[in-house]
Design a protein around this ligand. Sequence first.
Ligand code: NCD
Length: 348
Amino acid sequence: MRNLIDTIDLSVSEIENLIETALDIEANPVKYQGKASYKKLATLFFEPSTRTRLSFETAMLDLGGNVIGFSEASSSSSSKGESLRDTVRTVGCYADIIAMRHPLEGSAKYATKTAGIPIVNAGDGGHCHPTQTLIDLLTIRKHMGDFSGLTVGLCGDLKNGRTVHSLVSAMSRYENVKFCFIAPEKLAMPDYIKHGINGLDYSETTDLSQAITDLDVLYMTRVQGERFEDKAEYESLKDIYILDEEKMSLAKEKMVVLHPLPRVNEITVGVDSDSRAKYFDQVRNGKFIRMAVILKLLSDNGNDKEISTVDAVCTNPSCITNDQREPEHKAFIDENGDMRCLYCEQKI
Ligand code: NCD
């Protein structure tokens, strides 16, 4: 059984196939009607969502399948103290596939241990969000063609923004992609992502106006208020980057602006009418990609990649293993010889 926990679970050819399928679904929707009939998708959302949950549900309905689930933790038995392990094991008795979002890092991987049906990670805390990345890649493909040779700027909360982590992991597998990480030190890209990009070129800066001139893609993100313990720190950082028409006038004519949404203040409404603004195209692409992902996981009889592990307790307070009773603590050794939690990937 295959799960989709992060983009690293997919080979480049699988990513390409998913993009091709999504394009075909968009062009020939009738061909896909009924492809998932009598199948059930469970959407387990322990954290708020508009686009991700609704696009997963619409995707399943357009494939002729059915949808069950909950949109907040308070309406599930987790509010009575049920463990994630037991909740997903229960849902695995009813549904054929789960899309889940949870505030703790590593939760989706942890859920794969007992679900018994494929899990798609729809966001696990500040860790990763692979289906958003597939949407981002489809949108870039439509507007820029090939990924190779692109200079991609990622701006905002690179520390807590799970979408940028998954996007960098995926794009670093294409040739000659250059990254520019635009963030203040307190919101900088985590080391485990920078280590994973395999010697590819990246730069770091705090200056959006200076960096924007070289970019082919600018990926804006929201400062993730819900991940801050210190609310005063959030207040001091939340409006640090605001993309407006003046900054857009410095950018290349063919640059595309992406944002996973929701936006708060980081892109002014004036930018929406700029032909380079593609964030509502991303929203539209979400349904096609999620239809492709559901079809793939429902029909894939393979297994997740095996990874050898050792027993070790994770020290990350935001890791799922530090929230659950009797958790299974597991770690793996990365290419640099560092020990990392199997679920949240933080260094132990
Ligand atoms: C993102 C998320 O939930 O990580 N939204 C989304 O899924 N489209 C981005 C965010 O919340 O800032």
